[in-house]
Ligand binder design. Structure first.
Ligand SMILES: CC(C)(COP(=O)(O)OP(=O)(O)OC[C@H]1O[C@@H](n2cnc3c(N)ncnc32)[C@H](O)[C@@H]1OP(=O)(O)O)[C@@H](O)C(=O)NCCC(=O)NCCS
Length: 155
């Protein structure tokens, strides 16, 4: 088993893992495909320059799992009074045949270590139902986030 940092040539893999993560978590939502092209365009420069980082886990030369990490601009808050940024974890995905072998946990432990290495003290994520027990076991807390849709008048 090898845990390695994501590379630029993982672009297609990350996009596929993101799509499959949403499908597993939300079923067949047409918005998943609608977002795929714009997401790829968003990811490409960030993967190239390292603003998007993270890990790919390979088992016997086959990709088993991956996750994405970012450091996001965020005003200092009671949760991180001295830092104007937060970590963000996305695209946590373990291929179905590799689940329940501890690989999700391994990715999340690597993510935590990497944030700490970069001096980040607080991170957030958006969890699927399947992800919640894993994250809670690792000390992630349910927070008070709310969201609402708007009708933009301009783009
Ligand atoms: C959620 C997911 C990442 C878990 O990965 P995994 O490698 O299977 O997780 P692990 O083997 O490290 O699990 C560690 C522990 O988390 C808990 N856990 C993991 N998956 C679970 C599930 N589907 N339901 C309930 N508990 C779960 C268990 O306690 C597990 O320990 P155990 O197997 O000894 O009981 C994986 O199922 C997945 O990729 N799902 C589809 C995409 C997704 O939902 N990603 C999360 C996005 S937020």
């Amino acid at each position: 088993m090898t845990l390695r940092p994501v590379r630029f040539d993982d672009l297609d893999l990350i996009c596929r893992h993101r799509r499959d993560m949403f499908r597993d978590g939300r079923g067949m939502d047409p918005a998943i495909d609608e977002a795929a092209g714009p997401y790829r365009a968003w990811l490409e420069p960030r993967l190239r320059d390292g603003r998007y980082f993270g890990y790919v886990l390979e088992v016997d030369g086959k990709v088993a799992a991956s996750c994405g990490l970012e450091i996001v601009d965020w005003p200092p808050s009671p949760r991180h009074p001295h830092e104007a940024r937060r970590g963000y974890v996305s695209n946590v995905f373990v291929e179905p045949e590799f689940r329940r072998r501890g690989y999700g946990r391994l990715l999340m432990e690597a993510a935590a270590a990497e944030f700490e290495r970069r001096g980040v003290s607080y991170a957030y994520l958006h969890a699927t139902d399947a992800g919640v027990p894993l994250y809670q076991q690792l000390g992630w807390q349910i927070t008070n986030e709310m969201a609402k849709f708007f009708t933009p008048k301009a783009r």
